[in-house]
Design a binder for this molecule. Structure first.
Ligand SMILES: [Zn+2]
Length: 341
């Protein structure tokens, strides 16, 4: 899609007077094929494919790209140094639903408003930590074009988020707190098994064929086969008391822990074998340039005697030399016989 369809479609779209409704129809066709390719049910909202939320797929919306291309054409024509071109700039898009001229005016107004507001502090970093937005008033012609296109993309994303809020089931992810955002790249898509991708998308937007969903789709029995509760996705994944008592969740937890521990263990052995890389101060003579210091990839590279304990099978006790505690962490990773700095 990104590499096959867009390069073929974008040029005719930006040159010819194509109305937005036509592009929206085209996107519906594209969406149905993308869903088929990803192996997700047809009921999955198109918002899930393009929204930059908890799960971000590497595909762009055709409508968004169309709007950006039209706005770019509009700005190029109206901002042309040739007076004849800028004075007689034609409307690059037909249709009454969306007009590039109006969209540009709105985007410029929003950018001017943003400039009046100034740079606001985002996140918990200190003052001035976040790089400031480029100012509309100080930007040159090219920079202004870029800012307007970025604003259009932001507006599109905002409208997708609004649509996601209105989805009672598929918009549940908006209420999740403390969940790491996942960005799926093309490389991930190629290397991922199709079932895994299907599960990832289905579990995020709750469109997996759980008994509760099957009841809505085909009128089946929604009860859990282990207990008498309603078998929703949440119930199956982490809410069934019988599964908890039988140790099914513990088994799954341990499988994940084993994978993590195997990864950390191989890295630990590698680091311990490498030994420490203590560097003194590198003095630079007058007139010479300092050699580029190779940055260590992690703090674990500084030391050489790392130990690890993993809570799989037996009861893990945190070594006395670290701390005396009754807690049972999954993995304890510590350094012995050396000062860590
Ligand atoms: Zn159950």
């Amino acid at each position: 899609m990104q590499f096959g369809l867009f390069p073929r479609v974008m040029w005719p779209m930006s040159v010819y007077e194509v109305p937005l409704s036509k592009v929206e129809k085209l996107e519906k066709v594209v969406n149905s094929y993308v869903k088929k390719w990803l192996g997700v049910p047809r009921c999955l909202s198109s918002v899930a494919l393009y929204v930059k939320g908890i799960l971000q797929l590497p595909i762009n919306s055709l409508v968004e790209e169309f709007k950006c291309a039209k706005v770019r054409t509009e700005l190029l024509l109206t901002g042309s140094k040739d007076r004849i071109v800028s004075g007689l700039a034609p409307n690059p898009s037909k249709g009454r639903k969306w007009k590039p001229k109006v969209a540009v005016q709105e985007a410029e107004a929003a950018l001017r408003h943003g400039e009046i507001m100034g740079n606001v502090q985002i996140g918990r970093g200190g003052l001035g930590r976040t790089s400031g937005k480029p100012m509309w008033g100080k930007a040159d012609q090219k920079e202004k074009r870029r800012l307007v296109v970025e604003q259009i993309r932001r507006q599109e994303e905002a409208s997708r988020q609004v649509k996601a809020v209105s989805l009672a089931k598929q918009g549940q992810w908006l209420n999740w707190e403390g969940v790491e955002r996942k960005q799926v790249t093309w490389r991930d898509l190629w290397s991922m098994e199709s079932n895994r991708l299907k599960f990832l998308l289905g579990a995020t937007y709750d469109v997996l064929p759980s008994p509760d969903n099957l009841r809505i789709w085909t009128d089946g029995d929604p009860s859990c086969t282990l207990c008498s509760g309603v078998a929703t996705l949440r119930h199956i994944l982490s809410g069934c008391k019988v599964s908890l008592a039988q140790g099914r969740y513990t088994w799954r937890h341990n499988q994940v822990l084993k994978c993590l521990a195997a990864g950390i263990e191989s890295r630990r052995q590698q680091v311990n074998a490498e030994g420490s890389h203590k560097k003194g101060i590198q003095f630079v003579r007058e007139g010479e340039k300092s050699k580029r210091a190779v940055k260590s990839r992690s703090t674990t590279q500084e030391a050489k005697d790392w130990q690890m304990l993993v809570d799989v099978g037996g009861k893990l006790v945190v070594p006395q030399e670290i701390v005396t505690t009754n807690l049972r962490p999954d993995i304890v990773y510590w350094l012995t016989g050396s000062v860590f700095y």
